[in-house]
Design a binder for this molecule. Structure first.
Ligand code: 5RP
Length: 272
């Protein structure tokens, strides 16, 4: 592998653990100012020290992130549809590879919409992006998007999407956790990171998802809402890190979350 490509991947995937905690804050590119990401700079700044990489768009990077903080950037380059439409699959490339290089991105990301009317255009966009990005030693991360159809998240569909993304040249794939996730991981010859999806009922649920993903073959998470929509986002990202990088069990990570969020101290006081 070229030095530049390896170096960029190493900035995302931590050498000491082989794992990564990416913080996803790119949602506004089709969802607008969703809850707790209304002012992205305020959401991102306190979490930045705990994120191995930030996944975001060029607009939020430029306007809301301090270049001096030296974040590792995974730049979302696909777009073109909004939540105001029924069909979210009609995406194209909205940000060029040249712009990604100018912004010192460590990887670029686009969504694939396999099985939709726009399957072909998103798959060919991946191929074209890989052709160009590889010239610069820039890894492409493919997101196996499901749009509104969350029920699509099963091993057969995600296994198909992940394998296709790898075959077309993605260096990293972002997908969802599902039953039989190990089958998805086994069929995908490049590293997988897992999205959190919509906010789960409890923090413990998100820690369980993270733990199961790592146990079954993911190298990490690229998580958004289950971190920054928590009432205790710093405690949450630190608990996620404990699972991903330190091999913590769900109980250990949840104890850490409770300790950092003050819940445990309050429970002790209440019981005394
Ligand atoms: C949107 C994305 C998001 O980055 C992704 O869904 C991760 O965030 P969350 O954990 O909130 O699902 O790729 O298309």
């Amino acid at each position: 592998m070229d030095w530049g490509m390896q170096n960029r991947l190493n900035r995302i995937i931590q050498a000491d653990t082989g794992h990564t905690v990416m913080l996803a804050v790119d949602h506004g590119y089709f969802l607008g100012p969703l809850t707790r990401l209304e002012e992205p700079g305020k959401t991102i700044a306190p979490l930045l020290p705990y994120a191995d990489a930030l996944m975001l768009t060029r607009g939020v990077l430029r306007q809301c992130v301090d270049a001096g903080a030296n974040p590792t950037v995974v730049l979302r380059v696909s777009g073109g549809v909004s939540i105001a439409r029924d069909d979210l699959s009609d995406e194209g490339i909205a940000t060029s590879v040249k712009e990604a290089v100018r912004l010192n991105a460590s990887a670029i990301a686009l969504s694939l919409f396999v099985g939709t009317e726009h399957e072909r255009q998103t798959l060919l966009a991946l191929g074209e992006l890989v052709n160009e990005a590889e010239e610069y030693g820039l890894p492409v991360l493919a997101v196996t998007a499901v749009g509104r159809e969350l029920e699509k998240r099963d091993a057969r569909y995600l296994g198909l999407c992940c394998r296709m993304a790898a075959e077309l040249g993605a260096r990293l794939v972002k997908t969802y956790y599902c039953d039989d996730f190990e089958k998805v991981a086994r069929g995908c010859p490049v590293p997988l990171v897992v999205a959190g999806g919509p906010k789960l009922e409890t923090e413990r649920d998100a820690l369980e998802l993270t733990y199961a993903s790592i146990q079954r073959g993911a190298i990490g998470v690229d998580m958004g809402r289950n971190i920054w929509q928590s009432d205790h986002p710093i405690a949450m990202i630190r608990a996620i890190r404990a699972v991903v990088h330190e091999g913590a069990t769900v109980d250990q990570a949840h104890d850490l979350f409770r300790e950092l969020s003050g819940a445990r101290a309050m429970a002790v006081v209440a019981g005394s």
